[in-house]
Design a protein around this ligand. Structure first.
Ligand code: IPD
Ligand code: CA
Length: 272
């Protein structure tokens, strides 16, 4: 995809994410009126998630007709899509990442839209409608917050800042406990914000020195990974094997901390 087309796509995605964020924010401010369902343990969904994803899908379909979309609430439309070519663009949408925070009135949630292509992650946009911060970028695009360039923090060790550790109940709890113990014993400190996507944007912006989660679905991780890569950082290969459809372990940081971040997962179950 040529640079002009890439920039056009990034600008369009930013506009869609901001519009989606405005709709989500209206629901956030009126969340006592939302109907909420449970998808599983610690996994909620509300009419806000569904309405915001529907809006994003509508806008993507208008701007990029026929392209495949995978979304947290609406699933994968790949089967009906005109794009049967695996290398073609795939849009990956999380209408509200941090749903539990959103529904609890905690301002730690975001809209996340990513796009993959032949080379892996191509672009990502993460919009925080409470802070009015929009993170945009991709491996060949650089990374920005509200238009200002951002860079990962090149930490020399765990003592230099905070690592966000996400928790997935899809993996054995002992694995996350082992990671936490290793991090703390190495002089690190963990933070848990409840939005993996926003946390990855914070790694890109140098606010966290790293991110670790034993398993994330692609809608939670893709846009953030594109941003970290655009901000000069390192990420585990989340699209390897069947990562696109089944998710993967996600580790991200500056390049200098990458060996230590990888070592947190040493000997744990194969999850890439
Ligand atoms: C969750 C959040 C959380 C992460 C979970 C995700 P959701 O997404 O990103 O931080 O630890 O793995 O499932 O359910 O709020 O969209
Ligand atoms: Ca979500």
């Amino acid at each position: 995809m040529n640079p002009a087309e890439l920039s056009r796509r990034l600008a369009a995605t930013e506009q869609i994410a901001r519009e989606a964020g405005t709709l989500a924010r209206t629901w956030f401010d009126n969340r006592d009126r939302l109907s909420i369902e449970t998808k599983g343990p610690q996994d909620l969904v509300s009419e806000a998630d569904r309405a915001v994803e529907a809006l994003i899908r509508e806008r993507l379909a208008a701007a990029f007709p026929g392209e495949r979309v995978i979304g947290e609430e609406g699933g994968d439309d790949g089967a009906e899509s005109a794009w049967t070519d695996a290398a073609g663009p795939i849009w990956i949408v999380d209408p509200i990442d941090g749903t539990q925070c959103f529904l609890s009135g905690i301002p730690s949630w975001c809209v996340s839209i990513g796009m993959t292509g032949e080379t892996g992650m191509v672009l990502g946009v993460i919009h925080d409608a409470v802070m009015d911060e929009t993170f945009t970028g991709g491996p060949s695009l650089g990374a920005f917050c509200n238009g200002h360039p951002i860079r990962v923090h090149e930490a020399s060790g765990f003592g230099d800042g905070m690592v966000e550790v996400g928790v997935s109940l899809r993996r054995p709890i002992d694995e996350t406990l082992a990671v936490l113990e290793r991090l703390l014993r190495a002089g690190g400190i963990y933070h848990r914000s409840g939005s993996g996507a926003l946390s990855l944007a914070y790694v890109a912006a140098g606010r966290y020195i790293g991110y670790y989660e034993d398993h994330m679905n692609t809608w939670d991780s893709c846009a953030g990974v594109a941003l970290v890569q655009g901000a000069g950082g390192w990420c585990s290969d989340i699209l390897a094997g069947d990562g696109l459809t089944r998710g993967a372990r996600v580790i991200a940081s500056g390049r200098s901390l990458a060996p230590a971040m990888r070592a947190l997962a040493k000997g744990l179950g194969e999850n890439r």
